[in-house]
Design a protein around this ligand. Structure first.
Ligand code: PAF
Length: 284
């Protein structure tokens, strides 16, 4: 396995693979890898000749400086794990390698057709611009045939699909398929996330109530309206000490806009457990 830190080295490796007509899969990550990432990586390994995993805690997608500082990082442990599963290249650049000062500070304004004005986009201004800034850069560098993203970040996946297939940038991503992979959960139901590393055992226990409540909400959907289900979910989770809902929105799976029917609907939630921000979702 190669650990590559520069764009130039990455490009030259990719050129070698392309000359050999090998297919390339990309799994973009911010490290602190867990089973959820490994599921994406194993799928990528099984569907492509070459698997590239990027590890880069992208500063431009953090709208909260504290969150960026506290984001877990462990490149040595991640690299060991990736070597064991048979990844070909780990791309782990520094911030300076990826961005010059202007790129780091300028705020892009991509057009996401309204996908970014709700939920995470509304709560974290600039977040999706930063995600698209780094993901489009990685796509141009790696020119993958397939790129893999988790459905836990459902809104991110929708925006990346939009960028790849429907935006003004789409023509530069010829023959690229975006592959979405289902949420991986602990046996307790808690959705796997790098941020879980920051939860105490007691908090982890409390946080299992998020998925329990989302599951219950599917039953409530048989007798209640969308608005009533949203309110019941928020009320139930907020009544558990240690949990604080930021938003729970039931939206159309394609447009991500509010809906008043459970048909093609997904419920997306963000909950603070202490100072750790957890997200999850459930499809109705
Ligand atoms: O989902 C993530 O970990 C990040 O948003 C991504 C896609 C790696 C971009 O930094």
């Amino acid at each position: 396995m190669y650990i590559v830190e520069t764009q130039q080295e990455l490009r030259s490796k990719i050129n070698e693979y392309k000359q050999q007509q090998l297919t390339i899969g990309l799994v973009p990550t911010m490290g602190a890898l867990h089973e959820g990432h490994l599921t994406l990586i194993k799928k990528c390994l099984s569907e492509n000749d070459i698997t590239v995993v990027s590890i880069f805690v992208n500063p431009t997608q953090f709208n909260n400086a504290e969150d960026l500082i506290k984001y877990p990082r462990n490149l040595a442990k991640d690299a060991q794990l990736l070597e064991q599963v048979g990844v070909d290249i780990v791309f782990a650049p520094s911030t300076e390698e990826m961005y010059d000062a202007e790129e780091l500070n300028s705020r892009f304004a991509f057009d996401f057709n309204g996908l970014d004005t709700v939920m995470e986009g509304a709560m974290r201004p600039g977040h999706f611009n930063g995600v698209v800034q780094i993901v489009s850069r990685l796509f141009h560098l790696v020119t993958p045939n397939k790129a893999y993203f988790g459905e836990k970040d459902f809104q991110q996946l929708a925006i990346i699909r939009h960028m790849t297939y429907h935006s003004s940038m789409s023509s530069t991503f010829d023959n690229l398929t975006i592959v979405g992979c289902p949420i991986v959960r602990e046996t307790s139901g808690l959705a796997l996330s790098s941020r879980n590393e920051r939860l105490s055992e007691q908090q982890k226990n409390i946080a299992t109530n998020i998925y329990k409540t989302l599951n219950l909400s599917k039953d409530w959907a048989n007798t209640c309206s969308v608005k009533e289900v949203e309110q019941k979910v928020i009320h139930t989770i907020n009544s558990i000490e240690g949990l604080d809902v930021e938003y729970y929105c039931i939206v159309d799976k394609d447009s991500l806009q509010a809906t008043n029917t459970f048909h093609n609907a997904i419920g997306c939630i963000t909950v603070y457990c202490g100072d750790v921000r957890l997200i999850d979702n459930i499809q109705y």
